[in-house]
Design a protein around this ligand. Structure first.
Ligand code: HSE
Length: 443
């Protein structure tokens, strides 16, 4: 076996890049025992010179030049962003270099093109670190469940958002305060609106849905709603009804009434019964529940962000590639297709629009304490054949206004929108109806 060390270029020395450098130092021997090869970092891509990097490692801000160097076998892209990172990865692929990336935004938006180019150049683009931090969910869905038909998956896939919701509920901390801590801990994206507006979770869901269903990456069709509108009031009412509010991503196959198949891709705050496992995933932890046949439901849990967890996933990909490079037959590196299914066999099942999503709902309607208002609201719902599951009415406060909380059974979103428009038009209704989806899938 060729015993030459495998040489890495690590592009980006933020939380994840620094974690990779440290992990390789700490577990150098353990990884070598698994791969039979030394893995060394020969280059780092960094905007400013770092004095905590070994002097044998070349430092440069010229990323395109780094990936072209002969002493680079694998390019580890952990800088994020969708512009420079895209150019650098494309150049690395053209140079015949394997790529390991944590960049979910780039892959969700440009992965179809990047994976096709990688296939053409017979290199691997590995992306375990891009979804759910340290949970090896890509490997699980793409390889370990490959004999199954996956009907749906649901996951808490943004650590920052889950950390914020958990701290708001448990310690009554403000949204801004917790977000600042998540940034300091290196959990949040460079632009934290990606975390709190559901975009980061949408990127990750795009990747998971493709490998679960064998569909092209379609981030533009994901319904993304974040956690910025969740109030402590709704968290409290949900708890009174026996629910927790979690930010979840769902990828669901649906059989439509006309016999067609459709796929829901959606991320949004969701009420889950408090006794469900997903309702008890707290802090920066992520969890993904996969409903597959014949295996049934399986749940994967772990740290969703942070240096160590993400570096673990990056180095697992590096290890896979090193093992592949150890194979002197020089076989095709993409025996496991990038998107789990053979590229020519990807399906073009329609992604459903937001109006077609089916879900239960928590509605909070702020009403004047008028006689008959509840009857008017329930009449609107029954006219549209929307079934009520529970109602909670709080005592009127000094303004004579009352919050009424109504939980409804699963209904198509278009119909729910219609009902809400009628409810908001009632004279006794004083504010916009707050709606939070209610899960009916998770066990
Ligand atoms: N900002 C991301 C999160 C980092 O909080 O989950 C890990 O992808």
């Amino acid at each position: 076996m060729n015993k030459q060390p495998i040489r890495l270029a690590v592009l980006g020395l933020g939380t994840v890049g620094t974690g990779v450098v440290q992990l390789l130092q700490t577990n150098f021997d353990e990884i070598k025992r698994r791969t039979g090869r030394e893995i060394v970092i020969t280059h780092v891509g960094t905007r400013r010179e770092r004095d905590d990097i070994d002097s044998s490692v070349k430092q440069s801000a010229d990323l395109l030049n780094i990936v072209a160097q002969d002493d680079v076998d694998i390019v580890v892209e952990v800088m994020g962003g969708t512009t420079v990172a895209k150019d650098v990865i494309i150049e690395a692929i053209k140079q015949g270099k394997h790529v390991v990336t944590a960049n979910k935004a780039l892959l969700a938006e440009h992965g179809n093109e990047i994976f096709a180019l990688a296939d053409k150049h017979h290199v691997k683009v590995a992306y375990e670190a891009s979804v759910a931090g340290g949970i090896p969910i890509i490997k699980i869905v793409r390889e370990a469940l490959s004999a199954n038909k996956i009907d749906w998956l649901a996951g808490i896939i943004n650590g920052t958002g889950n950390f914020i919701l958990t701290e708001m509920r448990d310690k009554a901390r403000t949204f801004e305060d917790v977000l600042a801590e998540a940034q300091a801990l290196g959990y949040a994206e460079a632009d934290p609106t990606f975390d709190v507006e559901g975009i980061d979770a949408g990127h990750k869901l795009t990747l998971l849905a493709s490998i679960a269903f064998g569909i092209p990456l379609q981030f533009d069709k994901v319904y993304c709603e974040g956690i910025t509108k969740i109030t402590t009031q709704d968290v409290k009412y949900a708890e009174e009804l026996g629910y927790r509010i979690k930010h979840l991503g769902f990828a669901v196959r649906r059989a439509l009434p006309n016999g067609e198949q459709g796929i829901e891709l959606r991320v949004h705050p969701t009420l889950i019964p408090e006794d469900k496992l997903l309702a008890n995933v707290n802090g920066v932890k992520n969890a993904v529940l996969v409903d597959a046949h014949p295996v049934g439901q399986t749940l994967y849990y772990g740290a969703g962000a942070g240096a160590g967890a993400t570096a673990s996933a990056v180095m697992a990909d590096v290890t896979d590639i090193v093992r592949m490079m150890n194979d002197s037959d020089n076989r095709n590196p993409n025996l496991v297709p990038h998107l789990a299914f053979l590229p020519q066999n990807l399906s073009h099942t329609r992604i459903l629009s937001a109006d077609e999503i089916i879900s239960g709902y928590y509605l909070r309607v702020q009403v004047k304490d008028d006689v008959g208002v509840l009857a008017k609201i329930t009449h609107i719902l029954s006219q549209l054949e929307i079934s009520i599951d529970a109602i909670l009415q709080k005592p009127a406060h000094e303004l004579g206004e009352v919050p009424v909380i109504i939980m409804v059974d699963p209904v198509i979103e278009g119909k729910m929108n219609e009902a809400i428009a009628h409810i908001e038009a009632l004279d006794s209704v004083v504010d916009k109806v707050v709606r939070i989806r209610l899960d009916e899938l998770v066990e």
